[in-house]
Design a protein around this ligand. Structure first.
Ligand code: GDD
Ligand code: MN
Length: 354
């Protein structure tokens, strides 16, 4: 196959047939296949099989029972299942016009591009198909923010959030992707050094069914941005900051009811060590958890290290408070900052070593 058209689907049954018909109408010259990467809970896979049986171009179905990485994970799976020179990624709800596919491919070939982005924000494009003003506002705001965060990589990209693009298969390092949420293109652009061109298009109205974008996808997008820009350090810092605030609050609370400051510091440490581990597992190193070691071993490594770090830090706290005119809370805050860096290095290099 020269071209693989990848369509992630989640409950898109009513849209499949029209979509394939419109693709066939413009891509009938051979060497083209369509791959649906489907995470549906309805009868979408049956419809895809029926359409595949009578289609004049090959239609494959990858149905995932374990939809890792959501929409982005589905796109990665589609790309990795392809063997041709180009992959085209598009939505399954007809908001992306199939008639643009030949335009994207021609433009990529002519301009020797690695990726051709279908943009709603180039002259001639439009995003009026987004359901309402609020969504358009959020979408435009996130594009501004994202371009500000990646000024060089996204210099010529007016629509890094689009889900419609053509990609030269060998220009992307699939193993290096950590797909999360909805915005796989952003990750591909942010991690690679690609020759990018854009073509305008009009983002249509969804034909049937409903959008799967929601607040959770929005939050994933924000953590994805942070992770892409600052690496894991930003997530680790967020967890560390929550832990430090909780730690100082617990210590202050216990001292307020008369507990000696060192006992209070130890109690605060126990609570935060366990809490931090849970947060790190779920939000910061979630993609490295299958690295071989079991959760209990990771917990033991993390607990022993943080426990020792706390013991050392508490000794240092005692030495500081007893020998210098410094408040116990301020000393604790300073020592936590040093401990933060040490713990980040240990967790990245040892506990979650990829
Ligand atoms: N396999 C799979 N798994 N597909 C999914 C999932 C999932 O978890 N979630 C959504 N999809 C599919 C949908 O079935 C649809 O084909 C496509 O991904 C886009 O999802 P929509 O629910 O239609 O999202 P949208 O219209 O709000 O967002 C689209 O527009 C954005 C631009 O504003 C998407 O195309 C985004 O990629 C695009 O950036
Ligand atoms: Mn849509």
């Amino acid at each position: 196959m020269d071209v693989t058209i990848i369509i992630p689907t989640f409950n898109e049954a009513p849209n499949i047939e029209i979509l394939v018909d419109r693709i066939v109408a413009v891509m009938n010259s051979g060497g083209v296949e369509v791959v649906f990467v489907d995470d549906s809970t309805d009868n979408t896979p049956d419809i895809i099989r029926q359409v595949a049986a009578r289609s004049t171009i090959p239609v494959r179905l990858i149905h995932r029972d374990d939809p890792v990485g959501g929409l982005s994970g589905a796109v990665r799976e589609g790309i990795s299942s392809s063997t041709g020179t180009w992959c085209v990624v598009m939505d399954g709800d007809l908001q992306h016009p199939p008639e643009l596919i030949p335009v994207l491919l021609a433009s990529g070939a002519e301009q020797h591009a690695d990726i051709v982005v279908a943009s709603r924000h180039l002259h001639g494009g439009s995003s009026t198909g987004l359901d309402n003003r609020l969504r358009r506002f959020i979408s435009n705001g996130s594009i501004l923010l994202t371009r500000a965060m990646f000024p060089i990589k996204l210099r010529n990209v007016t629509d890094p959030m689009t889900g419609f693009f053509a990609l030269r298969r060998d220009s992307v390092d699939l193993a290096g992707l950590r797909p999360r949420g909805f915005k796989i293109l952003l990750e591909i652009l942010a991690r690679g050094s690609l020759v990018i061109v854009e073509e305008p298009f009009v983002f249509g109205k969804r034909v049937a069914g409903s959008s799967k974008a929601d607040l959770r996808q929005g939050l994933r997008f924000v953590t994805q941005l942070g992770a892409l820009r600052f690496g894991r350090l930003s997530g680790f810092a967020a967890v560390g900051a929550i832990g430090a605030i909780a730690n100082v609050a617990i210590m202050a609370g216990l001292q307020a009811v008369g507990v000696w400051y060192l006992t209070a510091a130890l109690a605060a440490a126990l609570v935060t060590i366990v809490g931090n581990f849970v947060l790190l597992e779920h939000f910061v190193f979630h993609d490295l958890r299958e690295g071989g070691r079991s959760g209990w071993i990771r917990f033991a490594q993390s607990f022993v290290f943080n426990g020792s770090e706390t013991a050392l830090r508490t000794t240092a706290l005692w030495l500081l408070v007893e020998s210098l005119p410094v408040s116990s809370l301020l000393a604790q805050a300073l020592l936590l900052a040093v401990g933060f860096v040490v713990r980040f290095v240990y967790h990245s290099r040892v506990v979650y070593r990829p």
